[in-house]
Structure formats: C-alpha cells, structure tokens
Ligand binder design. Structure first.
Ligand code: FMN
Length: 202
C-alpha cells in the first residue's frame, strides 16, 4: 500500500498533461475516494461530471481562458512569482483542458444547507487530488471555469439546483513535478492561544 504521508506530502498542482488516456476503472477508483470524504449530515451533496468529450473539454478550456484573459491574469500579475504565473497561464490557456478527463465537481443545493454546501464538497475534491496522485496521475483544483456566470452550467446542461464549484483535470504527467513548497508548521500552528507557536522537540 502506498504510504499516506508520501502521497500527501508530495501532491501538488499539475497543469500539463500528455494525451495518454485514463481508463474508466481508474476514474471510478478516484471518484470512490472522493465519495468517501466527510459531508455535513452525511448528506453527500457532491455531483461529479466526468468530461471526456473533446468538444466539451475544449468549451471548458475556452471558458477558463476567457476568465483568465478577462481580468484574472491581471489580478495575479505581481502576486505570483514569474515562474508560477507562467505555469498558471499555460494551464489556463489550454494546458488544463488538454487533460483527457476533466471532473467537474458540483453540489446539489437540495441536499444540505447553503451554509455547509461548499464545506461538504471540498473534502471530496481533496480526496480526488490525493487519489489521483496515489495512482501516479496529475491533477489540480481549478476554480477559474466556475467564475464565468452560467457558462459552465450551460456547457454541461446542469439544472439550476446543481451548482459547479471546481474543475479537476486528471491525466498523465509529461515529467514528475518538483516537491511542493510549504511553510513550516511553526509559522502556521499555535499552542493553546494565538501567538504562541506550536513546536515539537520530537
Ligand atoms: C480554492 C482554490 C482555487 C484554485 N484555482 C486554481 C485555478 O483556477 N487554476 C489553477 O491553475 N490552479 C488553481 N488552484 C491551485 C493552486 O494554485 C495550488 O493549489 C497552489 O498554488 C499550491 O500549488 P502546488 O500544489 O503546486 O504546491 C486553486 C487552488 C485552490 C485551493
């Protein structure tokens, strides 16, 4: 069995994919991991649209590029390092949509409270990312395509009660990704009260 900590400490965003396909059995394993995430009241409001159709993937790519070029890129200039900006840019301008499978994650607004809907969807997204990585595949949580009004819903025939929150590309990586860069827990965790860093001597 793959060690959980090896998976979780090396998972990171992939924005380039080879054309190699990901078969349905693999997608089903990844989706099964997603459905095992916690949800408020075990309401399981997630809805997954597995997009393989090249035309629909290309429409999602076009929606993403429109949001990116329509203002998101300008917002990120100066906030992201040049290398990071280049990676997000090539992902938003077609790299992400080239993945053979795009999993659109949506929520059924009838199944839980509005206040807890998103909180019941993103644990499932995280499980998708970790499961894909554990199986040697690349993936990324993307939200740019949900920022274009109803365009994504229209492309997928989603009824109004099904609200998309993320698009996760799944595919094979052209080359392994470098390790993720994260701040140490001493900068993020506090002991008992805010301001006292949590540290450990073990
Ligand atoms: C709420 C959220 C929205 C994100 N949206 C996008 C996106 O639209 N496009 C993209 O390329 N990456 C997106 N990301 C991925 C982040 O850029 C990535 O997780 C973060 O920079 C860490 O990078 P790493 O996994 O390579 O270490 C998003 C991540 C989160 C948590």
């Amino acid at each position: 069995m793959t060690d959980f900590f090896d998976v979780v400490l090396s998972q990171r965003a992939a924005r380039s994919f080879t054309p190699e396909d990901v078969d349905d059995a693999t997608v089903a394993r990844i989706l099964t991991a997603a459905t095992h995430a916690p949800t408020a009241e075990n309401s399981q409001p997630f809805v997954f649209i597995v997009v393989r159709d090249p035309d629909i993937r290309s429409t999602i790519g076009a929606i993403t590029a429109r949001v990116w070029e329509g203002g998101a890129r300008d917002l990120e200039i100066g906030r992201l390092s040049p290398a990071f900006l280049r990676d997000v840019d090539q992902g938003a301008m077609g790299g992400v949509a080239k993945a053979p499978v795009l999993i659109v994650v949506a929520g059924d607004t009838r199944l839980t409270f509005a206040e807890t809907l998103d909180s019941s969807l993103f644990p499932a997204v995280q499980n998708l990312l970790l499961a894909a990585h554990a199986l040697g595949l690349g993936s990324t949580l993307t939200t740019l395509p949900v920022l274009s009004g109803n365009d994504l819903s229209e492309a997928l025939d989603l009824p109004p009660e099904i609200r998309p929150v993320a698009v996760v590309p799944i595919g094979h990586l052209p080359k392994p990704l470098a390790p993720p860069r994260r701040l140490p827990i001493s900068e993020k965790a506090h002991l008992n009260r805010y301001g006292v860093p949590f540290t450990t001597t073990t």
